[in-house]
Design a protein around this ligand. Structure first.
Ligand code: GTP
Ligand code: MG
Length: 227
């Protein structure tokens, strides 16, 4: 039997990019696509529905809040894929992320944007720097080599439930990675393509977003070192 693959897409005011993301997903092979409308003030919910997704709303802003809401809305999948709504990732690469899990070889597959030269170039300099810093700390504290904190990732549903995600904003991606290491999940990083986003930047493209995200990520790494 084919495994049930659910996709969770957190979206805050992404009406321009979201249709592109949804149309590049191989929808007929997927169990469900959940767009979490994170209190958008534009047509995000409408375009999500029009382009084949189920929409749930989360009024508490924050990347992690949106992802947590998406997890609540899942209908018993085998594999969960997280994907951003901004069309920076290449949704058609989803099969590369899920295949190692389908084959029973891995529990968690992370798309890294730091491996291919073109992908790395599409990251903002502060993101490249932050990724390297976070990766060094994780290697030092938890003895696992990651190269990125990329948003495009696939994880077995039972593993996702087991790690118990909590972060409500920018610590989300790093929390999942650290908990995966601590739980001794079988982890694989694969190179993914990446491009400039469509629409307005919310985090890395702004000074405030970068500072907040950077601080929260480093804080989260130390928090899980201690606890
Ligand atoms: N910032 C932010 N993003 C959210 C929120 N809820 C959902 N998102 C989504 O999270 C994803 C990542 O946000 P981006 O603005 O692309 O942030 P980034 O990838 O760090 O930076 P750029 O792509 O360079 O702008 C997008 O799909 C957003 O729509 C929220 O409350 N705040
Ligand atoms: Mg982005």
């Amino acid at each position: 039997m084919r495994p049930k693959i659910s996709v969770i897409i957190p979206a805050f005011n992404e009406e321009r990019s979201l249709p592109l993301v949804l149309n590049d997903l191989p929808q007929s092979t997927l169990h469900e696509i959940i767009v979490v409308d994170n209190a958008s003030t534009d047509g995000t919910a409408r375009v999500a529905q029009e382009n084949g997704a189920r929409v749930v709303r989360e009024d508490r802003r924050g990347y992690g809040s949106a992802c947590l809401r998406g997890i609540q809305a899942l209908s018993d999948p085998d594999i969960v894929v997280f994907l951003d709504a901004d069309y920076s990732d290449f949704p058609e690469e989803i099969d590369q992320l899920t295949q190692p899990i389908i084959d029973g070889e891995r529990d968690f597959v992370l798309g890294s944007r730091m491996i291919l030269k073109e992908s790395r170039a599409a990251l903002l300099p502060q993101a490249r720097y932050g990724n390297r810093l976070a990766a060094s700390l994780i290697r030092l504290f938890f003895n696992h080599r990651f190269t990125d904190l990329g948003p495009f990732r696939a994880i077995r549903y039972d593993a996702l439930k087991a790690i118990g995600m909590r972060d409500i904003n920018f610590g989300w991606t790093v929390e999942m990675q650290i908990k995966a290491v601590k739980r001794k999940l079988r982890i694989l990083e694969i190179p993914v393509r990446y491009r400039d986003r469509v629409g307005v930047s919310k985090i890395t493209g702004t000074v405030e977003g970068t500072l907040k995200a950077g601080t929260k990520i480093i804080y989260t790494i130390f928090k899980y070192l201690i606890t």
